[in-house]
Design a protein around this ligand. Structure first.
Ligand SMILES: C[S@@+](CC[C@H](N)C(=O)[O-])C[C@H]1O[C@@H](n2cnc3c(N)ncnc32)[C@H](O)[C@@H]1O
Length: 235
């Protein structure tokens, strides 16, 4: 039995969709070489550079969790063509928007997976990835829901093992409650905190100057919500 089959199934399978919409179809057709459904994605574990990106050298490979419509994903990918970027997204429409946006100029340094972040360790080997981005994840603020939060100590510990030394993890959120909760989770990991703030736009310094405002972040900033930010490093 494979590692994946041992886990509870967290999402429905694309092949079981009774009536796939255009985005679900595009995932397995138009974008098949760079978009992976929940069954094909884990087959790339340990082989992203060699099999997906056909790369003989050791270019860095970054990961973004919960890409949404892919504004940051596309910006990052096109800004750093000498790096690879793999996204995780569970909804079909934003998933296809993400890969389409990133590859519209012809660059093929990106891939996207329809995959639940809780099973990230089924996608990458230890020491396979570099930097990780988690921007405005769903906050799950109602009581008893923190168990659904993506930035938790279990996932962080998995990511830490998968990252190469010298890599960072960037997390920002509009939810103060989620952020404060995550700080306690982070204490139970091996990460070093390089920088943290409860108000990126007021106290972020160079981290604010280098910040790319995501779609959700833009909405929250327009509403006057402060953006909580932390950058973690694996030394
Ligand atoms: C609030 S949006 C933020 C999107 C984008 N990062 C931004 O800042 O504009 C969160 C995104 O994460 C995706 N998502 C939620 N839970 C996820 C999970 N467990 N695994 C992968 N993606 C997830 C959602 O489908 C949604 O597109």
């Amino acid at each position: 039995m494979s590692e994946q089959e041992n886990r509870p199934q967290r999402t429905n399978l694309t092949r079981d969709l009774p009536k796939p919409n255009a985005y679900a179809v595009a995932l397995d057709t138009e974008f098949r070489d760079y978009a992976f459904n929940e069954e094909r994605a884990p087959l790339n574990k340990g082989k992203w550079r060699s099999d997906v990106f056909k790369c003989k050298n050791e270019k860095p490979l970054d990961v973004e969790i919960g890409t949404g419509s892919g504004m940051h994903f596309a910006y990052q990918a096109n800004k750093q063509l000498d790096r690879y970027l793999v996204g995780l997204e569970i909804k079909y429409k934003p998933l296809i928007q993400t890969i389409r946006r990133a590859q519209v100029n012809g660059a093929k340094n990106t891939a996207i997976c329809r995959y639940h972040a809780f099973d990230l360790d089924l996608l990458f080997d230890q020491n396979e990835i570099n930097n990780v981005y988690i921007h405005c994840p769903d906050p799950w603020v109602t009581p008893r829901k923190p168990k659904n939060r993506v930035v938790n100590k279990n996932i962080l510990n998995h990511i830490y093992e998968m990252q190469r030394p010298g890599s960072f993890l960037e997390f920002k959120t509009d939810s103060r409650e989620y952020f404060l909760w995550s700080l306690d989770e982070i204490k139970e990991t091996k990460y070093r905190v390089e920088f943290q703030t409860l108000n990126l736009y007021k106290e972020g310094g160079k981290y604010f100057e280098e910040n790319f405002q995501t779609s959700f972040e833009k909405i929250f900033v327009q509403q006057g919500v402060e953006i909580n930010y932390i950058k973690l490093v694996k030394d």
